[in-house]
Design a protein around this ligand. Structure first.
Ligand code: ADP
Ligand code: ZN
Length: 433
């Protein structure tokens, strides 16, 4: 289903004309209102009038998380505080949080984007949405909430945590959709199962899951345990929050970027060079409709790949592939680059291993070491030691063969590793301690 037919199916040419017009406006706005941008553009010897075609975007300098931190808290806002109606911060997964502000119109834009996401998941005003993204400074909860209301669905403002109550409400209120992180969806499935509830027979039919990297195997696992269609949603506070891109139920392969609001580029994370569609690199976004906190060429550090092929849903927006991880999360183990989500994909191919794992990186002398701790399923755990050792060897071999990394595998008892209510934390890097 398409929420905003007019914009979501714009022919490419019209879309690009709209992008250019909006880009020119936002560039002029930031140049004339924000010291940081004026200086950065002057240093790059580019003036707003120089943006004549879309391709001129590349003449503008990048904006980084460090720039946001240097201008903490409100230095990049383009409107006076009296026009700001909401503040949020990013979760701070990788350091000091950054602050983002919204005008009334920004909140409306964001609600529309989230409503588009829900519609892309096949939801309508007849659905009940259980929103287990955290409410508060994190953008997930309120972002999804306003979108659900905009769609006209009934929203349960559950927020994160309080798992037993969540399960009770899932049973009694009979929501048809759930919003949360993929790791929490699994946690709920498991907790419900332990309470003796058949989590497959709930009314839930779709999950709008995101805020952290997850693998295709993890999707199958969640779909199976909750008997739902699990769809991927992507966003980041700096750009607007959740609702930057969303997978459609029809295509179920890659997330459509709402290009009437954001211009996307892919760059080589080391050289900054722009890469063609189809190549893997760092996502860079320019917001072209936001008022309070527009961002020009923001480097997300998220690694993905853009697919321009048409989609059967009819949207004309390009799609981005699953985010493998952030360039920050990339582990370099003896010179080999590996993302936690790649290890997740490998381990979930093996029968008897559960999607609960931890990666411990350390150093012995000059050499990096990687230990992968994974929970085994109940039935495997009661097997003979020989079987467990066989599984350990198999996983170590698969990781070596497929990712090129030597890992020590340690299988652990079911339900012994930490569970997460929000974003999962998979890595302990003792080299940094
Ligand atoms: P923080 O950057 O502090 O975690 P945010 O809450 O804004 O703050 O999180 C945004 C980040 O979450 C993104 O930059 C990305 O790394 C991750 N993320 C969000 N959605 C997804 C998704 N569907 N798949 C993978 N990663 C995601
Ligand atoms: Zn589609």
């Amino acid at each position: 289903m398409i929420f905003n037919y007019e914009f979501e199916t714009l022919p490419r040419e019209a879309l690009e004309a709209l992008q250019l017009k909006r880009l020119q406006q936002v560039v002029a706005k930031v140049y004339h209102t924000v010291d940081f941008y004026r200086k950065a553009f002057d240093d790059a010897k580019v003036k707003p009038e120089d943006i004549k075609i879309l391709d001129d975007l590349k003449r503008l300098p990048f904006t980084t998380k460090q720039d946001l931190r240097d201008n903490y808290p409100f230095g990049l806002f383009t409107v006076p505080m009296s026009n700001v109606v909401r503040l949020h911060v990013s979760s701070g997964t990788t350091g000091k949080p950054t602050v983002v502000g919204y005008t009334k119109r920004d909140i409306e834009t964001w609600a529309e984007l989230m409503a588009r996401c829900f519609a892309a998941a096949g939801l309508t005003r007849n659905d009940i949405i259980h929103n287990a993204y955290g409410y508060g400074l994190f953008t997930g909860g309120l972002g999804a909430h306003y979108g659900a209301e905009k769609l006209g669905a009934s929203v349960i403002p559950m927020s994160g945590g309080n798992t037993k109550k969540q399960i009770l409400i899932l049973q009694d209120f009979e929501p048809t959709a759930i919003c949360c992180t993929p790791s929490y969806a699994l946690f709920l499935a498991e907790a419900g199962h332990e309470m003796g509830i058949d989590m497959r027979s709930l009314k839930l039919r779709v999950g709008i899951l995101g805020a952290e990297p997850w693998s295709e195997r993890m999707r199958l696992e969640i779909e199976d345990k909750l008997n739902i269609t699990a769809l991927n949603i992507y966003g980041l506070s700096e750009v607007i929050g959740p609702g930057v891109s969303m997978e459609c139920a029809e295509g179920r392969s890659g997330m459509h970027i709402f290009e009437d609001n954001f211009i996307v580029e892919i760059i080589d994370p080391t050289t900054g060079e722009i890469l063609p569609y189809g190549e893997k690199g760092e996502l860079v976004f320019t917001t072209i409709t936001k008022e309070a906190f527009p961002l020009i060429r923001y480097r997300t550090k998220d690694i993905s790949c853009i697919r321009p092929e048409p989609c059967r849903c009819g949207r004309t927006f390009v799609r981005m592939e699953r985010v493998t991880g952030r360039s920050d999360d990339m582990l370099i183990i003896r010179g080999v680059n590996v993302y936690p989500s790649q290890i997740e994909s490998v381990l979930l191919e093996i029968e008897g291993l559960e999607p609960h794992y931890q990666l411990i990186v350390d150093r012995e002398g000059q050499l990096d070491t990687l230990e992968v701790q994974v929970e085994v399923s109940e039935n495997v755990f009661s097997d003979e030691v020989r079987v467990l050792q066989g599984l350990e060897r198999r996983l170590a071999k698969d990781i070596k063969d497929l990712l090129g990394v030597t890992a020590k595998v340690k299988l652990v008892e079911p339900k012994t590793l930490q569970r997460f209510e929000g974003k999962a934390q998979r890595v302990t890097d003792k080299r940094k301690i």
